[in-house]
Design a protein around this ligand. Structure first.
Ligand SMILES: [Zn+2]
Length: 408
C-alpha cells in the first residue's frame, strides 16, 4: 500500500540521507506555510508557521516557535514530549534528543478544523574529550599523552571534530592523530625541574565550540645520589675532544633522520638477557672532584660475543666503530624514538638496513670507554635519553600506549 504517510516517510528519509549532519556556524530555520494577516476562510483549516532548528546539540535546549493565524489549540510533539496550549503564538524550549526526530505541530481552531506540519530535527552530542596521562613520573621517563574524543557509546551521534590539540604548561605539543585520538610522546629530560605540570587537551567541534580537559602531572626528582667512580686514566684516555665531537655529530645526524610516524606496532623487548649492572639516570663522577655526568642508558653485563637484539622494528641509522661508544648501532623507530647500543665487539647490520624486533644487530663487547663486556642500551625520544627498562613489554604510542593486555 502506498498511502500518504508512506510517501511522507519516504520524503523524510530522502531528506535525512541528503542532509549534512552539521552545517557549520549557522542553524538553518525552516518556514512552513506562513501566510500573514488573513483569517482562514470558512471551511479552511488554520494556517500555521513553525520555526525550529534543523540541527541541534543533543542535551541542550531546542527552541521552537509556532504562530497560527487564528486562536487555536496548538499541540507540539517531539520525542517523548507533548505540549498543548490554546494560543496564537507559542514559544517552547524543548530538550534536543540525540538522533533524528520528527517535530509535529497541530493547530485546531474553534470549529474543529485541524492544520498539521511536520519537520525533522537532527541532534548530535558534543565531543567529551578524555585525557590519558601518567600523573606521576620521574625525570628521565617518557611521558605519553593521549587525547580521545569518541568511544562513549551512549553519546551517538557526535558532532564532528574539526580540530584537537594538547598543551603542556601552555606550550602546544606535536603529536599524531589516529582516528579519534591524538597521541604525543614527550621525553622528561634528566635535568628538568621537579614539580607540577599542567596538561590541557582541547577539542573543537564543527559548531566551533571548544571542549577542554585539564590534568596535572607531577614530575619527581632523580632519586639517585652521586656515584664516585674510579676509572683508570688509561681507560679515560679514549675520551678526546675530537672523539666526543665526532660522536656528537653522529648522534645528531641519526636523531635528525628519525621520522614522525611510528615504525612499530608491537611491544619493545630487552635487547639482551643478562644482569643489569648500572641503572639509567645515575649521577656520577669519573674521577674525584670531576664534573657530575648522568648515566644515559642501562648497562647489561653478558659475555663477549653474546648476540644483541633489536628492541623493536626500525631502520639502522648508524652502524660503526667509535672511539668512546665503541661498536655502535642506532635504530630509528619513528615517532621521534631511537634506540642505541654501545661497546659491541662486532656488528651484524649496516646503515640503511631495515630490522625487525628481535633481529641480531651485533654482539656484546668492551670496545670504547668500557671496563668489561656489557651492553650500554639507550632509548631516546627526540634525542633526549629516557629510562630504557620502562619501555620493555610496552607498545607505547604506535599502537595503544598501554602494556599488552592491560587497559589504562
Ligand atoms: Zn652504560
Amino acid at each position: 500500500m502506498k498511502g500518504p504517510p508512506a510517501a511522507a516517510a519516504e520524503r523524510a528519509n530522502r531528506w535525512r540521507r541528503t542532509l549534512p549532519l552539521v552545517v557549520v556556524g549557522a542553524i538553518l530555520s525552516v518556514v512552513v506555510g506562513f501566510v500573514l494577516g488573513s483569517a482562514a476562510p470558512p471551511g479552511e483549516p488554520p494556517r500555521i508557521f513553525v520555526e525550529a532548528p534543523e540541527i541541534a546539540v543533543a542535551g541542550r535546549p531546542l527552541d521552537v516557535f509556532v504562530s497560527v493565524d487564528v486562536p487555536a489549540t496548538v499541540r507540539v510533539r517531539y520525542a517523548d514530549t507533548t505540549i498543548e496550549e490554546v494560543t496564537q503564538d507559542l514559544r517552547v524550549s524543548l530538550l534536543a534528543e540525540a538522533g533524528t526526530w520528527a517535530l509535529e505541530v497541530e493547530a485546531e481552531d474553534g470549529a474543529g478544523r485541524v492544520a498539521h506540519e511536520a519537520l525533522s530535527v537532527r541532534a548530535a552530542w558534543p565531543p567529551a574529550p578524555r585525557l590519558t596521562v601518567s600523573e606521576r613520573l620521574t625525570v628521565g621517563d617518557a611521558l605519553t599523552l593521549r587525547l580521545a574524543w569518541h568511544g562513549d557509546p551512549t553519546r551517538v551521534p557526535m558532532i564532528p571534530v574539526s580540530d584537537a590539540f594538547l598543551e603542556l604548561d601552555g606550550r602546544r605539543l606535536e603529536g599524531v592523530v589516529r582516528g579519534d585520538d591524538l597521541t604525543v610522546l614527550l621525553p622528561v629530560p634528566l635535568q628538568s625541574e621537579p614539580g607540577a605540570r599542567t596538561v590541557r587537551g582541547v577539542v573543537i567541534d564543527a559548531f566551533g565550540d571548544e571542549h577542554e580537559v585539564l590534568k596535572v602531572v607531577t614530575v619527581e626528582a632523580n632519586p639517585y645520589p652521586v656515584q664516585e667512580l674510579n676509572v683508570a686514566a688509561s681507560t679515560l684516555a679514549v675520551v678526546t675532544p675530537a672523539g666526543r665531537e665526532l660522536e656528537a655529530e653522529t648522534l645528531e645526524r641519526a636523531f635528525a633522520a628519525v621520522g614522525p610516524e611510528p615504525r612499530w606496532a608491537r611491544t619493545f623487548v630487552l635487547p639482551l638477557e643478562g644482569r643489569a649492572t648500572s641503572a639509567f639516570g645515575l649521577p656520577r663522577r669519573y674521577a674525584p672532584g670531576g664534573p657530575v655526568s648522568y648515566h644515559l642508558g642501562t648497562d647489561i653485563a653478558a659475555p663477549t660475543g653474546t648476540p644483541i637484539h633489536a628492541t623493536n622494528d626500525g631502520v639502522v641509522r648508524v652502524a660503526g666503530m667509535y672511539p668512546i661508544k665503541g661498536g655502535l648501532v642506532i635504530l630509528d623507530h619513528g615517532f621521534g624514538v631511537s634506540s642505541l647500543y654501545f661497546h659491541q665487539s662486532a656488528l651484524a647490520v649496516a646503515e640503511g638496513d631495515v630490522v625487525e624486533r628481535g633481529d641480531v644487530i651485533g654482539f656484546v663487547g668492551s670496545t670504547g670507554l668500557s671496563t668489561g663486556p656489557h651492553l650500554h642500551w639507550e632509548m631516546r625520544v627526540d634525542g633526549v635519553p629516557t629510562a630504557p627498562l620502562a619501555w620493555v613489554d610496552r607498545r607505547w604510542p604506535g599502537g595503544p600506549i598501554e602494556r599488552d593486555g592491560e587497559d589504562p
